[in-house]
Design a protein around this ligand. Structure first.
Ligand code: 5GP
Ligand code: MN
Length: 323
């Protein structure tokens, strides 16, 4: 089943009380897409909120636009619970109950891997969309809502962050077409939004980046690079994990690296961010550990110490180089 954006817009017009769900460890695409759609639904006079249960990353603080809440009781009735940029209950931990409140359940996403743990009433999956923000933009147009400056900023953030600032191979003519339209919105300034996203790093975050890049472990003659962010490293530099955002692209900028892996030690587990330059399928590696994502960018979570995680994950990463 893959519903059309038009049919979803028609359905949305008849609903009220809509909760939108970005994935855990929200990124610019997840939060930007949810907020853009939330603002569009509000413009149609509907009650709508973005349901979160973790702090918004510092560099995305301008995306909230008064839409996010961690309390689903703001809505007496939830006619629709809509996941954006994810499609599975394990991507919204701690918010399952709020999602279950939706009389209807929907999903708008650009990830290939599909979960079977939810019976969605509608699904729109576009694996070729560079960002869920592209689908969100088309949905807002189909709703007939004018794109305001706040909506434009949300969509731009979704697209610039998921395309590595238009450098990744997921960037298409449609990506640029949509951003071209955003440039026509009064007051829109891509430079300003880019600076908010990318140019507000703390000195500690830059020091941490240097520490990680200076202690990478290389495998297979430098084709695989593995970095680590431990709790100790965060404390030493006075950083939070969301400040590690820019490190993976730096790993991928190293000549000869085909696969980059950044292991992030949280208080509960270790999360792996995986990237592939061109041909290795890291989605398959992540899926082997219960995670997912895209062929060239994926992630998964481990419940054991970071040293062991590195030993375990390099085995399938080496295999991925051969395929
Ligand atoms: P990142 O490394 O930036 O956290 O994630 C890269 C891509 O993989 C994103 O599209 C993200 O949504 C996806 N991803 C990361 N972790 C997981 C996971 O545990 N499960 C699934 N299904 N996707 C993930
Ligand atoms: Mn995305």
């Amino acid at each position: 089943m893959n519903d059309t954006v038009k049919s979803i817009a028609t359905l949305l017009k008849d609903l009220d009380g809509i909760l939108l769900f970005p994935h855990i460890n929200m990124d610019g695409d997840a939060l930007g897409s949810c907020t853009a759609v939330c603002l569009a639904l509000r413009a149609l006079g509907k009650k709508s909120y973005v349901m979160i249960n973790e702090p918004v990353p510092k560099n995305l603080d301008f995306l909230e636009c008064g839409c996010s809440t961690n309390d689903d009781s703001v809505l007496d009735e939830v006619q629709l619970a809509l996941m954006m940029d994810c499609n599975s209950m394990n991507r919204i931990p701690g918010r399952e109950h709020a999602f279950e409140r939706g009389k209807l359940k929907g999903c708008i996403d650009h990830h290939m891997s599909k979960s079977t743990d939810i019976r969605f009433d509608f699904v729109r999956t576009e694996p070729k969309a560079a960002a869920t923000g592209e689908i969100a933009y088309n949905l807002i147009k189909a709703l007939g809502v004018p794109v305001t400056l706040d909506i434009a900023n949300c969509i731009f953030t979704a697209i610039t962050t998921d395309t590595g600032n238009f450098q990744h191979s997921n960037t298409t003519a449609r990506t640029h077409d949509i951003v071209g339209h955003l440039h026509k919105i009064e007051g829109f300034n891509s430079k300003e939004i880019s600076a908010l996203i990318y140019d507000r790093k703390s000195k500690g975050a830059l020091k941490m980046e240097t520490d990680v890049l200076g202690s990478l472990n290389y495998y297979e003659g430098g084709k695989i690079a593995v970095g680590r962010i431990t709790q100790d490293l965060l404390k030493r530099n006075g950083c939070t994990m969301d400040e590690a955002d820019g490190i993976v692209p730096r790993i991928m900028s190293i000549d000869g690296v085909e696969i980059g892996c950044l292991l992030k030690e949280t208080e509960m587990n270790v999360r792996a961010s995986l990237r592939s330059r061109a041909y290795a399928n890291v989605e398959r590696v992540a899926a082997g550990f219960g995670g997912g994502g895209h062929i060239l960018a994926a992630g998964c979570t481990f419940e054991f110490p970071i040293d062991e995680v590195e030993k375990i994950i390099v085995v399938p990463l080496k295999d991925a180089l051969k395929k």
